[in-house]
Design a protein around this ligand. Structure first.
Ligand code: AHR
Length: 320
């Protein structure tokens, strides 16, 4: 009798243990190597990622790389050592990923790229990339400006982080429009590293170099934060942003809608901060049913102008 009781107890303990293991397996742990906190959009992406993880009961471990690839590589190696179920990377720059991605692949840990793409000859190194069409974003921004100015405009360009895929592609897309409009010229171009502070600094130097800025028809900023920095610089130089100098940018964060509603910015192209939602879904379907996602999960890019700015600001201000 005693022996049977002991066996039952052992059996129950085994069951509980296996149940516990099953539970532990069902709660996925995902490591996310985030770029940093360079922009309002980036902060929103981090916030939305946490919300999307909570919705799905995922344990999301976020590592802030402070805009440095070496920190991202270190974080990915640490996630591999921890044996996470999947890894998200928002790659700060587009090159130099093959070695660490190969380590993840060898460890059988699927990697999903968020909001930025990479250059590699071997696309089996990652499961999928959730990004917008960043060339299109630059092109559609340029097309809006060409239409607005009748194809005649001296543009100063604030580029994003050097070597990052959105900086490369947003430039490429806009340049296509410039090439098609002989009256459009990029008279100055420099990186503002996607930050508000550097956007302002670089714009100040452009205004100075252009003898006060009267010759500048528009600012094309690769993100809204740099555009907002530029708006400040333009105002301090005694000019009217949105009127004397048009402001064209990308992201659609609340602050740019506020600027548009105040007549200080002209157009933005939306980049959704919800990259993690589709990434979790793709990863979970892959882990659970072996479902192979497409290599590119494309997010929408929508153009916004001042007519809807006030309503968009109200709609977004608490989401970000
Ligand atoms: O990769 C997306 C870009 O990164 C956003 O447009 C920008 O704001 C951020 O820093």
């Amino acid at each position: 009798m005693k022996a049977r009781h002991l066996l039952t107890t052992i059996g129950m303990a085994a069951l509980m243990l296996s149940g516990g293991a099953a539970y532990a397996q069902s709660k996925m742990t995902i490591g996310f190597s985030q770029v940093g906190s360079e922009s309002g959009w980036r902060a929103a992406e981090t916030k939305v990622s946490k919300i999307e993880a909570d919705k799905r009961g995922v344990d999301l471990k976020i590592s802030d790389a402070q805009q440095k690839q070496e920190n991202q590589i270190r974080a990915v190696r640490s996630f591999i050592a921890q044996g996470v179920d999947g890894i998200f990377i928002a790659p700060v720059v587009s090159t130099g990923w093959d070695a660490v991605l190969k380590e993840a692949k060898d460890a059988k840990i699927p990697v999903v790229l968020l909001d930025r793409s990479i250059e590699t000859k071997d696309d089996s190194l990652y499961l999928t990339a959730v990004t917008s069409d960043t060339v299109y974003e630059g092109k559609v921004a340029g097309e809006w400006l060409a239409k607005e100015t009748g194809g005649k405009c001296n543009v100063v360009e604030l580029q994003g982080t050097v070597g990052s895929s959105p900086a490369i592609n947003r430039k490429k897309g806009f340049d296509q429009v410039v090439a098609a409009n002989p009256g459009m010229k990029i008279i100055r171009t420099q990186s503002g590293d996607f930050t508000r502070t550097k956007g302002k600094e670089v714009m100040e130097s452009f205004i100075k170099a252009e003898g006060g800025g009267k010759n500048i028809c528009a600012v094309y900023a690769h993100n809204d934060d740099m555009a907002i920095g530029a708006i400040q610089a333009i105002k301090e130089a005694g000019l009217k942003p949105g009127k004397d100098i048009k402001i064209v940018s990308i992201d659609a964060v609340p602050d740019i809608f506020k600027a548009m509603a105040d007549g200080e910015a002209n157009v933005t192209v939306e980049l959704t901060p919800n990259m993690a939602g589709p990434a979790f879904d793709a990863l979970m379907a892959f882990k659970k049913d072996g479902k192979q996602p497409p290599k590119w999960i494309q997010t929408e890019s929508k153009v916004y102008t001042p007519e809807t700015a006030k309503a968009e600001y109200e709609r977004r201000k608490d989401l970000y």
